[in-house]
Design a protein around this ligand. Structure first.
Ligand code: 5U1
Length: 671
């Protein structure tokens, strides 16, 4: 056999395994996707020409070609344990107390704290470094052989990263479906008119229990490993944290949010931190796990029935609950968009009581086949908006009716229109509709628009309902006397509000454009328009073609802008606003220090809010965006960053912290 060929194949496998390890396990790619694909194809080609050189641990051999007929049973050499659950801080305090009593020690215990992944537990057995068995937990004694399916999961090594692997090395962990993949899967199902999965856990289980591993391979499952099973020929470290570091070295993905803490206080702080982080993780967790770090202490503590005495799962309040769907009502937004809202029997979920949930559009109601009287599953994780996941069909009462799209606006009675190819149905009443007027006034007064402090939603509703204000221009004719008779409004707050309205007259062109509430013109587009036209009149007379020449403005937005300024009543309103005294300085035209740069902000900043940071950057000529792309100049990362950080790392976009941003802003100002 040609030695050069054998060497090249070995080299390609090593390179591909290294690149996969950096990408899937360390979340820090070191080559481009195209380079990876090129080497992968080269290896595939060589193996096709020399099939005798194919080995099962080759990166090309993750997906088998044949479907199985059933899952074989596998007996776990060491039973797969479950965890005791804690639901309150007292449960955790008692767990810690029992440990102290058993060990006869008063010293604070060192715990390893880990997120509790809401996935499927798996056991992975490596024989002489090669993945030879993968099994579900089953009843803890016997599970199912899912080796072919697990081999398709890129973050699980087919071979240990070690020149001298242990004889037997069993690692345990969790397989899960990332939320983006779950949403993609359900969107595809919806497109085909099929029912999706109720939650990522079910989707992961469904994907893993496919007899045809080629289907599993398409689902982009991921994994985190966290425990040892049977080991032979491997010296266990002294503590669990060191064990986790070791398995990471050997090629397993270990959760990056694992911490060592002291005592229950440390555990509680971690619990709170993870609860905050939960909505930003990109995968589901249902609590955290505390484990005694010292492995010798773990051995001394031992087990009770099926659970170790040295570990505890501290669960979060359930993120999903069932409740009754009492009604579906339709709300009318600023642009007339009709949003169905589910009225629910109040239910405590994810740490709060939920009685309403938005359903976005009528297609969603039909797709989920929601009917009044149904028992529905509600999800609320962290501070995320509650969502109706689906119907528990087994509880559907007889004679329920399909929800119809109303023919007339529930607020003003105008006709409801819905284009065939659009998902949004709209009230055709325009500013005749008091709901649309209320929403347009709320938007006009909002913080990023005219920033009228004290003009909250409830007050706007009263002003419109009592016919005091009909449109945004009327705000500038308000007198204290018009306000003092309103609910919760004394003379002092009325005077304050009038002063705030007066103050709002001095603004910027971009804020004013944004405040007009033109469809699809958000703050960034408003800024682009202001910087391009510098003058409101020029924008009002701009043609469809001219608008499209501006960065970020496509035909749809251009159409909305021209349509807006073609309406006589909109132009009259603008004249009244300007006559009332709204002014702004001429926007800066000169090349600003950050012109041409784009910034994305993620996480919480401490020295300023994200909005303040954006305004400061924009004032220096930079663009700010919500999405990271190759064109992003810097991603500014605060505390608890979201998925934008991961994307920035993947795209190798430069990342700076808040301190660097502050220095940058200061330096430019002083130049
Ligand atoms: N993060 C984590 N989840 N989890 C589940 N660690 C962990 N450990 C487990 C289980 C069942 O069991 C070990 C304590 C054996």
């Amino acid at each position: 056999m040609n030695a050069a060929l054998i060497n090249r194949i070995a080299e390609l496998r090593k390179l591909l395994n290294d690149y996969s390890y950096h990408y899937y396990v360390l979340d820090a790619p070191i080559v481009t996707d195209s380079e990876y694909d090129r080497l992968f194809k080269e290896l595939q080609q060589l193996e096709e020409e020399h099939p005798d050189l194919i080995t099962p641990d080759s990166p090309t051999q993750r997906v088998g070609e044949k479907a199985a007929t059933q899952f074989k049973q596998v007996r776990h050499t060491i039973p797969m344990l479950s965890l005791d659950n804690a639901f309150t801080e007292d449960d955790v305090i008692n767990f810690d107390r029992r440990i102290h009593e058993r060990l006869g020690s008063d010293l604070p215990i060192e715990y390893v704290c880990e997120p509790k992944i809401d996935g499927l537990a798996v056991s992975l057995v490596y024989t002489d470094g090669i993945l030879t068995q993968a099994a579900t937990r089953g009843d803890g004694i016997t599970g199912e052989d899912i080796l072919q399916n697990v081999r398709t999961i890129q973050s699980i090594p087919l071979k240990l990263r070690s020149a001298h692997p242990p004889k037997i090395f069993e690692v345990r962990g969790e397989i899960y479906l990332p939320l983006v993949e779950f949403n993609k899967l359900n969107a595809e199902a919806a497109k085909k008119g099929e029912k999706g999965f109720v939650n990522p856990r079910n989707a992961a289980a469904g994907s893993l229990r496919q007899l045809d591993a080629r289907i599993t391979a398409k689902r982009s499952l991921s994994s985190f490993c966290y425990a040892a099973g049977e080991v032979k020929g491997f010296a266990m470290p002294d503590n669990h944290f060191a064990y986790l570091a070791k398995i990471k070295e050997l090629g397993f993905r270990v959760n990056p949010n694992i911490e060592v803490v002291k005592g229950v206080e440390g555990c509680f702080a971690y619990y709170k931190k993870m609860m905050q982080l939960r909505p930003k993780l990109g995968y589901e967790i249902d609590g955290v796990v505390y484990k005694v770090n010292d492995l010798q202490l773990q051995r001394r503590l031992g087990f009770i029935s099926r659970a170790p005495r040295w570990a505890l799962a501290h669960k979060f309040a359930a993120a999903e609950e069932m409740t009754k769907l009492l009604n579906i009502e339709f709300q009318v937004g600023r642009t007339g968009a009709l949003t169905p809202v589910a009225r629910l029997e109040p239910v405590f979920v994810g740490g709060a009581t939920v009685s309403n949930a938005t359903l976005h559009n009528i297609d969603e109601v039909w797709r989920k086949d929601l009917r009044v009287g149904d028992t529905v599953i509600i999800r609320r994780a962290g501070d995320v908006i509650p969502e109706v996941v689906g119907v528990a069909m087994q509880f559907r009462p007889p004679h329920t009716k399909l929800i119809a799209l109303p023919k007339h606006c529930p607020v003003c009675g105008s006709e409801i229109v819905k284009a065939e190819d659009e998902v949004i149905a709209r009230c055709s009443g325009g500013l005749y509709c008091s709901a649309q007027r209320k929403e347009s006034i709320k938007h006009f007064a909002s913080r990023l628009a005219m920033d009228i402090i004290g003009l909250g939603d409830k007050l706007v509703e009263q002003l419109v309902d009592n016919n005091v204000v009909h449109n945004v221009a009327d705000l500038y004719t308000l007198k204290t006397a018009d306000l003092i008779n309103l609910e919760r409004m004394g003379e002092k707050s009325a005077t304050k509000l009038i002063a705030a309205i007066e103050k709002s007259k001095s603004t910027t062109l971009s804020r004013f454009i944004y405040a007009l509430g033109i469809r699809e013109v958000g703050e960034a587009t408003a800024l682009s328009l202001a910087l391009h036209f510098l003058d409101l009149k020029k924008l009002m007379h701009a043609s469809f073609e001219e608008l499209q020449n501006i960065n970020d403005i496509g035909p749809v937005v251009a159409m909305h802008i021209t349509t807006f300024f073609r309406q006589k009543h909109n132009c009259e309103l603008i004249t009244r606003l300007l006559d009332a005294g709204i002014t702004w300085p001429k926007p800066e035209t000169k090349q600003l220090p950050l012109t041409g740069q784009t910034y994305v902000l993620t996480g919480t900043l401490t020295s300023m809010t994200r909005e303040e940071a954006k305004e400061k950057l924009q004032a220096l000529g930079a663009k700010t965006s919500e999405t990271v792309s190759k064109n992003t100049t810097y991603v500014v990362v605060g505390a608890n960053p979201g998925s934008k950080l991961t994307k920035a790392e993947k795209l190798q976009v430069k990342i700076i912290d808040e301190q660097k941003l502050v220095t940058l802003l200061k330096t430019i100002k002083n130049e």
